[in-house]
Design a protein around this ligand. Sequence first.
Ligand SMILES: [Zn+2]
Ligand SMILES: [Zn+2]
Length: 238
Amino acid sequence: MEIKVIFDKAAVTKQIYIGWGLSFLVDNRVLFDTGEKGGWLLGNIKLIGINLNDIESIVISHDHWDHTGGLQSLLQQRKKDIPVYICPGFSQETREKIASYGGKPFETRKFREIAKGIYITGEISGIYKGKPIAEQALVLKTVNGVSVITGCAHPGILKILEVVKEHFKTEKLFVVMGGFHLLEEDKRVIDLIVRESKIMGIEKVAPTHCSGEKAEDIFAQAYGKDFIKVRAGQSIEI
Ligand SMILES: [Zn+2]
Ligand SMILES: [Zn+2]
């Protein structure tokens, strides 16, 4: 299985748009999050050489602008009735917007398979700035084990991984990538999370976005060659 990084805060070439938010494409068919801006998302999709009509479904991790920003432009360009997997906790406004742009919103509270070997965790509750936030992660099963892609990980990266482990008790965790939301955490907390990741047996890590530079450095030190620096335009085999 292949994960293409469509949008992030760094890129492999100067031509690729960078900014806040994330977008990953799994096996050229499932798009996870849409970054902060439609024009940048569509620009990168074109630059990376992806055919829009190959995208079969869209998964939105959570209802924040830096993850939903490209959704409108994408849905307006893409052929109609594409499934958009959201959480029940998303705002009514986002739900209505998806439908009005021609997408088909699907709400999931439960863990489910959306394509062969590709799963969503369903809604996991988190807190952001004192308010509840619903978030889901993408889970990919290959011969190498189970890989997890997170948006911002507002519920906590370890809480998300616990949910994944409940569904794949005997599988090894291969790659964990995305936003780990450790931007404001101090070194002590980050060290603890890194140690816990090692105990959980996570083989490779690819923290980016709201993980924060400090956490990226600490993970890089702890994981060595198994640390993946995420850049738009890059492709990761899992
Ligand atoms: Zn974010
Ligand atoms: Zn967020």
